[in-house]
Design a protein around this ligand. Structure first.
Ligand code: SF4
Length: 499
């Protein structure tokens, strides 16, 4: 229940959350310990990298004073900012203000000849529409607090920046005119949010706003549970089309009328779901012809750093730092090779060398969603010119297992998706990722970063366990491909036996 004391004050982030949905804001304010609000490892990582970007940005607007008080000391930070403003420095980092019962922290407040510029620092590679309300609420509160704000900017990472030249790491975009537009109606919205927070949980219908601009953490609370074979599970169906089908009375795939026009994949999916059996097209046999032995099965894991660390890298570039390869070798059968980076130095030269050796025996190199591996190989070629020719040869031998499944097979348990996490347990019962300590790519990326870059903060035993968990995860990806291909081949044989 809402507290009877002073109404909760708003902040920059609360205002933005409230703009997306009042109900979401109410829960965030009145249930701050809700389990849905606990950050995922991926979100924690983004937050940490965002903090690093914010700190780095200060160096590009030099000469400022930092309001370095702890995060929760809002009033002290407001008072400290007031004091620093009296000294009139060229800039203030983390300047805090309070007006209209709303706190805002300004990443960088830069003094100009006739006033101030509000600079909102973003760790993204471009400016996005959702950055504007963020900047607008700061301009509003600062002006209400009596400051002359002349200009607003979004300072984001520059996708054209390449390590080691970080002089152009940031782009500063003038958004003053857009912010002035966003100020219209802002005071009314602040007042509406404050009134709403004093009342009971508001009634807000679900809709597109639940995932735009940000995925709401309370979706499970608001959205009704849907049956396993709900029409929204049709492969890549957009939400609007699924809602239309539901409104027409077709809630599940079983309900769809037989004369409904469907794509080839949807038609196969509907057939598999209705019959409860895997559907295999006769074309699967020819699709598998390209997987000619001896095969190498390849999977990369990457890290993605906001501030590039290694030569030629741009902000947020996905850099390969680990691989697993299973290779069919003439005398030894299926052999496993792996490589993982464990320190902060550039991993690509050593990885490339190990990879070239590992893939040497493979006539074709199998990947699942091969465009990812292709991009990693392209990057490696640029970063390690001494192995460029061999890496190019690997790239040319790549064959993709994903389309072989997607265009020719559907199992009722795919659940409308063709990621290996969905297709593997359906086609190869008993084999999945659920027995592993690391079970998805997002966690792997975060943990790889920890293994490589946080050696000083991670005890040796924990690092060893982390390394093992990461190796096991990557190995499972290539082992999964081995077993999937085996299964696909057996489906072709089964099919031939039927005729
Ligand atoms: S799921 Fe949608 S309606 Fe529910 S709180 Fe989130 S944004 Fe609001």
């Amino acid at each position: 229940m809402p507290s009877a004391a002073r109404p909760p004050r708003l902040s920059k982030s609360r205002y933005v959350q409230g703009l997306q949905c009042h109900k979401q804001l109410w829960w965030r304010v009145h249930e701050p310990d809700a389990p849905e609000l606990a950050p995922t490892p991926g979100q924690e990582n983004l937050f940490a990298q965002g903090k690093e970007v914010g700190e780095r940005a200060r160096g590009y607007v030099p000469g400022g004073e930092l309001i370095g008080l702890p995060f929760y000391q809002y009033d002290n930070k407001v008072a400290a900012t007031r004091e620093v403003l009296m000294r009139d420095p060229p800039a203030i980092y983390e300047a805090w203000f309070l007006a209209d019962e709303t706190y805002v922290g300004v990443d960088i407040l830069e003094r100009t000849s006739r006033g101030h510029t509000v600079i909102e620092v973003k760790a993204s590679n471009s400016r996005k529409p959702e950055h504007l309300p963020d900047a607008a609420v700061q301009v509003h509160v600062l002006r209400r607090a009596g400051l002359q704000v002349e200009r607003a900017e979004v300072m984001h990472l520059n996708p054209d920046c390449r390590h080691p030249d970080l002089s152009n790491l940031f782009v500063r975009e003038d958004v003053t005119a857009l912010v002035e537009g966003a100020l219209v109606g802002l005071p009314d919205e602040l007042a509406a949010q404050q009134r709403m927070l004093e009342g009971p949980l508001p009634d807000v219908p679900i809709g597109d706003h639940c995932s735009r601009p940000y995925e709401c953490p309370f979706i499970e609370r608001c959205w009704p549970k849907v049956p396993d074979q709900h029409v929204s599970r049709l492969y890549r169906i957009d939400r609007k089309r699924a809602l239309e089908l539901e409104a027409d009375g077709y809630a599940t795939i079983y309900d769809l009328p037989s004369d409904l026009e469907l794509s080839v994949i949807h038609a196969r999916q509907v057939k598999a779901v209705r019959t409860g059996r895997v559907v295999v097209e006769p074309t699967l046999k020819s699709a598998l012809a390209q997987f000619a032995s001896p095969l190498a099965f390849l999977d990369f894991e990457t890290v993605s750093l906001a501030i590039p660390r290694w030569p030629g890298c741009r902000p947020w570039q996905q850099v390969p730092v680990q691989f697993s390869v299973h290779v069919e070798e003439r005398d030894r059968g299926l052999v496993h090779y792996e490589w993982i980076a464990t320190g902060p130095e550039d991993p690509r030269p050593a990885l490339a060398e190990a990879l070239v050796a590992a893939c040497a025996g493979g006539r074709k190199v199998v990947a699942y969603y091969a465009s990812f591996e292709r991009e990693c190989l392209k990057q490696l070629r640029e970063a390690v010119p001494t192995h460029a020719r061999e890496l190019e040869r690997i790239e040319k031998r790549l064959v993709d297992l994903l389309p072989a499944v997607r265009s020719h097979v559907y199992h009722p348990d795919f659940g409308g998706g063709f990621s290996i996490k969905k297709t593997l347990p359906a086609l190869v019962p008993g084999l999945s990722y659920t027995d592993l300590k690391i079970q998805d790519g997002e966690k792997a990326t975060v943990e790889l970063q920890r293994l490589m870059l946080e050696a000083d903060r991670t005890p040796a035993a924990e690092r060893a366990a982390l390394r093992e968990a990461l190796l096991a995860y990557c190995e499972r990806d290539t082992w999964a491909m081995v077993k999937l291909l085996e299964k696909l081949r057996s489906l072709v044989v089964d099919q031939l036996e039927l005729f």
